[in-house]
Ligand binder design. Structure first.
Ligand code: MLT
Length: 265
């Protein structure tokens, strides 16, 4: 892992290959390792940067104590700062999964000139319902009181399709370890940030960049029908269902996801 200071935080990231930049941004509450099947496989065609968002994985932060919140824009600004620090000026392909997709929308909003293409995996454009947002705030309190393990336990069956849970125990266990070792303050801050993320639905027709949208067939967090509608609202998008996968399709069906990404690039 490389490390670099970006404003008040130090971000950790993997940096492989050369050429046009593909930035991989993980979901919640994960880290760059959810792209373990992509990093080297895609680095044959481009420069792959797989970052840990502030506080996640090996990145430091957030400061501000138990009440802190990290907005999706803050994560997007951090990533723009990372590109600055690496002196990457040419437009990049931003690939985000789930929360990484929420960050991608804010990257488009605030750093549009840095984008050439978008890849959105298992994510949504809508904001939370009021009940959903309330649930996240309550969960933030639980995590701070009880630690990260309850979140890891409750998320695991929702991340993977039943077949992946049965067929790949080492991968499932590794993912659980990442979630359980994520700092409670980081999880709580991200939950608060997600709870107030803006609704991007009305913006979708304005996102004119080439976009590839992927969704696992059995994704219960961001269902196929919803993502198909997101793709349909974007003027230059392609949508593929990843058959057999759940919410974390790049880990569950890496060959298929990698082929689609390489074709798109
Ligand atoms: C994720 O995978 O990043 C989360 O499930 C996103 C969410 O909770 O909305």
């Amino acid at each position: 892992m490389r490390r670099i200071s970006v404003g008040e935080v130090e971000l950790a990231f993997k940096d492989r290959g050369a050429g046009p930049v593909l930035l991989l941004v993980h979901g919640f509450p994960l880290d760059h390792s959810m792209w373990s099947e992509q990093i080297d496989a895609l680095a044959i065609r481009c420069r792959v940067i797989a970052a840990d968002l502030r506080g996640f994985g090996e990145s430091a932060g957030p400061g501000g104590g138990d009440g802190a919140k990290t907005t999706m824009q803050q994560y997007a600004d951090d990533l723009a700062g990372l590109l600055d620090a690496l002196e990457i000026r040419e437009p990049i392909t931003f690939c985000g999964l789930s929360m990484g997709g929420y960050v991608a929308w804010q990257f488009w909003r605030h750093h549009r000139e840095r984008l050439e293409k978008l890849i959105l995996c298992d994510t949504r454009a809508a904001s939370d319902t009021p009940e959903g947002a309330q649930g996240r705030l309550a969960l933030a309190g639980t995590v701070l009181a009880e630690g990260s393990l309850p979140v890891a336990d409750s998320m695991l069956p929702k991340l993977f399709a039943p077949r992946s849970l049965e067929s790949n125990p080492p991968c499932v266990e590794a993912t659980k370890r990442v979630m359980a070792s994520t700092r409670p303050a980081t999880i709580a801050a991200a939950l608060r940030g997600m709870a107030e993320r803006p609704d991007m639905t009305d913006e979708l027709p304005n996102i004119e960049l080439p976009a590839l949208l992927l969704c696992g067939e059995h994704d219960v967090i961001t269902p196929v029908a919803e993502m198909r509608d997101v793709a349909a609202a974007m003027p230059d998008s392609m949508f593929h269902v990843i058959y057999g996968a759940g919410h974390i399709s790049p880990l569950e069906r890496p060959e298929r996801v990698n082929q689609l990404i390489l074709d798109f690039l």
